[in-house]
Ligand binder design. Structure first.
Ligand code: G4P
Length: 528
């Protein structure tokens, strides 16, 4: 590895934010970008969210595409670190993309609303983080409002998410009585002032909690803090970097994103402790980021502004080597060499003429539908990165074609949309028709609108009594055949011809799993 590359890798942090809607992800993103000096971008994040909320039909989604390409990867620099923040779509546009983005990050920040504790969407996203043991830093937000006692929030995280918490800071009061936080590692007291504008506050170093300045600054709450810290010293887990790096322990910060309070401490701890790009598994061997040859995988595909041209951008995470504009790489699934001439390189604010990108960076490759999610590109060796999965959908619709003459177009459209990861497509093993599967409602809307606009297909949805899916397999062919013949109505093939069992309820899944112990039922499936 050249010395230059090593420095680029060590100083890179690629992460995503996981949270339940309304916990404060957008607000925190804005504040983080402010620290990176990307002030204009900060406004853009909020206004984009407003647009998303207002999004009601296809035209709006369409207009939004241009914006969402640029906000899919927000790159900023902080201290001497280069940070890639990958957007994890969350509200109406929650989709499989949200999950898959997490396969391209090296760490995550989890935002929890202090009044709500762990909520459903956070639990789902955490499941995905656990697949790769992604290190997670926790930010407990909205301390300026009355919430749950801090120890209860921590207990909730530990119990529901099965991750050990280690507080880095501790709050003093909450709501109207919120005085600030005490940083347990820096021994620094940060006093809270409500302000949506300010960017930084200097703290007071208080090494010894018996210091009378604490009483001057906090009044009667000084003793409360002393008691809390006393309790923590006996009960809290000390920070163990190795455990954090394998996803077993999460440093916890308290603050108020909207008041930009506690955000700088979070960001400092993040750049100092979160990992730089590491090794990645392929079907043949592990790839180290410092290896000279270029390699990377596609984790997201986005239809671009001009649907008539079927113009797509494939988001590729670089895993090794250096990307330079115009370089030639091999697209292994189709065995073709392509020149990466018009790739989009996401740049930190204020940077121009960047022509290179490094491991941990994301580049956007323009194409007309030749690239699939999960595809690997590399400069030499044939490779296939693993760990870019399909996730079992929870929502289902049957597609009914209004004009039977268009069945070829419908098939083409669905194949293409499935390859992009826009929606999952299932065909009954016996019989005909299509069932679509998704994890977010908006996926259905987008699919229908795109079938109409791009493939001239006029179709409607019909509700189906399906609630869950599992990919099925068995070493013993005979057993599998038996299972199939006994459960015909639930057996489907997905877009890559993999056998899937679709069930009307979760209870059914549990039941058949019990009845058929020889069959493996999986919630995720790797792209082939
Ligand atoms: P999300 O992206 O996770 O969905 O959450 P977002 O940042 O949009 O925040 C959701 C709401 O919570 C927003 O209020 C936001 O202002 C508020 N919020 C975020 N951080 C804090 C905090 O530290 N304290 C308090 N009290 N509120 C916070 P909104 O009413 O939807 O928007 P706005 O009118 O405030 O802009």
């Amino acid at each position: 590895m050249s010395g230059h590359n090593r420095k680029q890798i060590e100083k890179c942090r690629t992460f995503g934010i996981i949270s339940h809607p309304d916990a404060g992800k957008t607000t925190l993103t804005e504040k983080l970008l402010l620290f990176g000096g990307a002030i204009q971008m900060a406004g853009a994040v909020k206004s984009r969210k407003v647009e998303r909320k207002a999004t009601s039909d296809w035209m709006d989604i369409e207009q939004e595409r241009g914006i969402s390409v640029t906000t899919s990867v927000m790159k900023f620099s902080y201290r001497d670190f280069e940070i890639n923040l990958l957007d994890t779509p969350g509200h109406r546009d929650f989709s499989e993309d949200t999950y898959r983005v997490l396969t391209a990050v090296d760490s995550a920040i989890m935002v929890i609303d202090s009044a709500k504790g762990v909520e459903a969407q956070t639990e789902k996203l955490m499941e995905v983080c656990r697949m790769r043991n992604t290190p997670i830093i926790t930010f407990i937000n909205k301390l300026d409002r009355d919430g749950l006692p801090p120890l209860d929030v921590i207990a909730d995280i530990e119990e529901k998410l099965q991750i050990e918490c280690t507080p880095f800071s501790w709050p003093i009061g909450m709501g109207k009585n919120f005085k600030g936080v005490y940083n347990l590692y820096r021994k620094e007291l940060q006093l809270f002032t409500a302000s949506r504008q300010s960017r930084e506050r200097s703290g007071t170093t208080i090494n010894d909690l018996s210091d009378p300045r604490l009483d001057e600054l906090l009044g009667s709450q000084a003793d409360e803090l002393r008691e809390d810290i006393d309790l923590l010293e006996g009960a809290a887990n000390p920070f163990e970097p190795a455990q954090f790096l394998n996803g077993g322990q999460s440093p916890v910060f308290f603050g108020s994103a909207v008041n930009n309070f506690g955000v700088k401490e979070l960001l400092d701890a993040f750049v100092e402790n979160a990992p730089c790009p590491g090794p990645r598994e392929t079907t043949t061997r592990e790839i180290l980021p410092g290896e000279e040859p270029f390699s990377g995988f596609v984790f997201k595909i986005q239809a671009n502004m001009n649907p008539a041209h079927r113009d797509r951008i494939a988001f590729l995470r670089i895993c090794s080597g250096k990307f330079t504009r115009g370089m030639k790489v091999i697209h292994h699934r189709v065995g073709k060499e392509i020149t990466l001439a018009n790739a989009t390189i996401f740049m930190a604010q204020g940077r121009t003429n960047v022509e290179e990108a490094y491991p941990g960076d994301i580049i956007g490759i323009h194409n007309h539908g030749t690239i699939k999610i999960g595809d690997t590109f590399s400069s030499k060796e044939p490779l296939k990165f693993t760990g870019i999965p399909n996730f079992a959908p929870k929502l289902f619709r049957r597609v009914i074609l209004k004009n039977p003459m268009k069945s070829k177009q419908l098939q083409n459209g669905l194949t293409q949309l499935a390859e992009e990861g826009a929606v999952q497509v299932f065909r009954p093993r016996l019989g005909s028709g299509y069932i679509l599967g998704a994890v977010g409602e908006l996926q259905f809307e987008v699919t229908m609108a795109r079938l109409k606009n791009e493939y001239r297909v006029d179709a409607i949805y019909e509700p189906v009594e399906l609630a869950d899916a599992r990919w099925i397999n068995c070493d013993e062919r005979k057993k599998l055949d038996q299972f199939i013949s006994k459960n015909q109505a639930g057996i489907f093939l997905d877009a890559e011809d993999c056998l899937t069992y679709l069930a009307p309820s979760q209870w059914h899944i549990g039941y058949v799993m019990e009845q058929w112990p020889e069959i493996t039922f999986t919630k995720i499936r790797e792209y082939v």
